[in-house]
Design a binder for this molecule. Sequence first.
Ligand code: NAD
Ligand code: DAU
Length: 355
Amino acid sequence: MADFKQHILVTGGAGFIGSHVVRLLVQKYPDYLICNLDKLTYAGNLENLLDVESQPNYRFIKGDILDQNLLAKLFNAYAFDGVIHLAAESHVDRSISNPKEFLETNIMGTVTLLNAAKDAWQENREGKRFYHISTDEVYGSLGETGLFTETTPYDPRSPYSSSKASSDHLVRAWHHTYGLPMVISNCSNNYGPNQFPEKLIPLFIHNIRTGKPLPVYGDGQYTRDWLYVIDHAMAIDLIYHQGVNGETYNIGGFNEWKNIDLIRLLIRLMDQKLGNPQGHSESLISYVTDRPGHDRRYAIDAHKIHKELGWEPSVNFEQGLDATVDWYLNNQEWLDRVTSGAYQAYYAQQYAQHD
Ligand code: NAD
Ligand code: DAU
């Protein structure tokens, strides 16, 4: 192995956010070795990393974070200095129909990884770092006002958010009990290229393009706080390098949108780009049965990361959404490939429940 300044294990690097993190690190730090461990579930796609896969400082390992023996071998072979842990089951609707898989991957997978890092680093923790990527959903649901801060009490309400909250608590427990050096960040909703089209924005882009109904859950007045995925990746890079051991950082762009307003904006943008008359795709809006336990509003207070680490988003929502729509329109084959096969069965089952 060439002489690299740092060896970093990224888990879930073939997924949506993970692939942007891997690309950023591989390109920005040619003197770091970036190892991407991913099980390649339905959400993992090596096509997301075609542009960096042959870089000399990049390795891909297909494997499961629940595989204790594999993790021990990898820590032994690569002597990791840091772990950036993104691997997870990430879609709330899937967690409602299949909670167990979420508990296994998100809780037991994180514990397995924590133990592997603890064992490998027990002789010398100097310069080591376990970075756990989490979500704002652990804080629960907001009313009309207020923001989630780093000290907001945890109140997760879906199987997904409960599993992520559990994993956050476990990371802190490994820090306090075993002295594991760690940081955690909790980010708001991401959007951008390469997101699997089960999530709102890519799903609706796909459906507008193909003239399919746009299934708006409940009254459409639910609020999310949207951040461009590359800005999240840049925040992760910063926190990995400059975050204070044991600390938590909230990440968000102060960019709240009610779902229905965001959907109307997306329709306007798509109709313009597709050459449709203005408002053409409005008729696709279809109000469907609500998601069970649907959290009303998420909104992040990102002052701490701004004040302490100097991070702020690099693009505004209009720029980010425009680039995202362009990416999906220019990568229709990617979208067509990931929406063939097993996706069809998921779609039929998921949206039959909402008719
Ligand atoms: P994703 O579903 O697109 O990707 C998850 C990746 O993890 C996939 O590549 C998958 O193959 C891999 N994976 C799943 N189980 C695994 C296992 N057992 N072993 C190894 N690899 C496994 O998810 P995402 O949206 O990119 O989210 C990444 C992380 O960021 C998650 O931890 C999620 O909770 C968190 N997060 C996501 C958002 C968001 O808006 N998407 C916001 C905040 C935090
Ligand atoms: O807040 C961060 C979280 O954001 C991440 O931790 C999760 O991994 C990520 O999936 C995302 O969770 P959400 O549930 O907020 O995202 P989703 O894209 O599934 O839904 C966004 C909003 O749109 C939510 O209010 C539900 C609504 N929605 C979603 C879908 C898929 C619809 O109205 N119709 C739909 O078909």
